[in-house]
Structures are given as C-alpha cells and as structure tokens.
Design a protein around this ligand. Structure first.
Ligand code: SAH
Length: 221
C-alpha cells in the first residue's frame, strides 16, 4: 500500500536513511543489528508532515503534548545498550511517544509491550505501527511507572522519559539476568543500565542526556 500522505520527496528515500546510518556509525554506534533495524524503519512517518524533511537529521523533534521524539543517536545508543550484543526476548518500553523507538525495538525483540500515558499520542503510534505491519507489538494506555505486572517478567525494560530513581515496581518486573536502560536524574541526567542478577542489581552510568520527565497518572486527551 502506498502511503500518499508521506510519499514523495527524497527524504523518504532509502538513501537519506543510509546517510543517517553512516552518521550513526561515525558517532560511535557499533551494533550492526541495531543499525540494520534503524535502516529498515522509516522515521519520517513518525513525525508531523511539516517536520518530515528533518526526520533523518540528528535531532529530537516535537511530537505534540510537549513531548519529543528522541534523536536517531539516542534511539541507537539506547537500543545498543539494551541489546548488549544479544537477541532480546520480551521487552517493555515505558513512554511510546510517537512509536519510533517501539518500531525499532520490534525488529530487535521477540515481543514488545509499550506503555504511554497520553491517549492521543498512543492512538497515533498505534496507527503508524499498524502501517508498518509489526505484529509483535502491544501498546497500552496507562501509567508506565506501574509497569505491566500481568505480562512480567521482562527480559529488558527501556524507559524513554527521565526518572530521579530506578522505579522499584519496574525493577521487580525485570527477569533475573535482565537489563533496564533509562535516563536517570532530574537536572543532570545520564543514561543508566541496570542489570539484575540473583543477588541484586548492578548499575552502570553512561552518556549525559536530556529527556522529558516521567510523569505519573494518565491523560485521556
Ligand atoms: N520513545 C519516544 C519518546 C517520547 S518522549 C519517542 O521517541 O517518540 C517520552 C514519552 O514518555 C512521552 O510520550 C510521555 O508522554 C511518556 N511518559 C511520561 N511519563 C510516562 C508514564 N508514567 N507512563 C507512560 N508514558 C509516560
């Protein structure tokens, strides 16, 4: 099916996407599986049409409701940290936003659950993911800080909004041997990886980042 709405112009071309992948390599992304997933995922359909020509630039862009789509580098970096060179089983994403990171995760994992608190954002993400015919994704409207206990444990959990601390409810839903990637901190945020083992968990701190804050409760919109 041709998507008339977003078709046309070179920005939709595989060439533009290939340039983005080259740039990610130059920026230090090494995981070819992640680069492959991003190469297979059109990013321009996840942003407003008026911003589509900037979709492959290394920018975070507004997606309404004061939220932003993470830049390609951040999506690549977080995916790389989540995978740690291995295939992913059952993944939970908190903060679906426009659904782009969700679409990339769908190509890296057996199954993906993603929770978003803003109803209208979720509805759009759902439409876009349907367009891409990604059958292994389940989107939920809710407060992601509570996780999804009925589907736990998860082999991997990714938070795409910042929290001051690692949420304990989510840590409980992480499988032994699983890993969580999140932007941690309020003013000064850093990407953080939490690995859970039988004894407890180990936290490793990475790049400085800037994310919107995780907020409690749901918005119907
Ligand atoms: N990966 C997304 C990031 C969007 S920004 C993208 O690239 O589009 C972060 C998202 O987290 C926002 O959509 C925001 O509404 C959502 N969010 C914030 N707090 C949340 C919560 N408690 N539960 C679920 N989603 C939340």
């Amino acid at each position: 099916m041709v998507n008339v709405h977003h078709s046309g112009i070179g920005m939709t071309s595989q060439r533009t996407r290939a340039r983005m992948i080259e740039r990610l390599r130059e920026q230090g992304i090494r995981d070819e599986v992640v680069l492959g997933a991003m190469s297979a995922t059109p990013r321009h359909i996840f942003v407003e049409e008026i911003l589509a020509s900037r979709a492959y630039d290394d920018l975070a862009l507004p997606i309404n409701f004061g939220q932003t789509i993470s830049s390609p580098f951040i999506v690549a970096r977080m995916s790389e940290l989540l995978r740690a060179g291995m295939g992913l089983g059952r993944v939970l994403e908190v903060g679906s936003g426009c659904g782009y990171q969700t679409a990339v995760l769908a190509r890296l994992a057996r199954e993906v659950y993603s929770i978003e608190r803003i109803g209208p954002l979720l509805m759009r993400a759902r439409a876009r993911l349907r367009e891409l015919r990604l059958g292994n994704v389940r989107l939920k409207h809710g407060d992601g800080l509570l996780g999804l206990p009925e589907c736990a444990p998860f082999d991997a959990i990714m938070l795409t909004a910042a929290t001051a601390h690692v949420p304990s409810s989510l840590l409980e839903q992480l499988a032994i041997g699983g890993r969580m990637v999140l932007p941690k901190g309020s003013q000064d945020q850093r990407l953080c990886v939490v690995e859970r083992d039988a004894e407890g968990c180990v936290e490793t701190v990475f790049d400085e980042v800037r994310f919107v804050p995780m907020l409690p409760g749901v918005l119907k919109g």
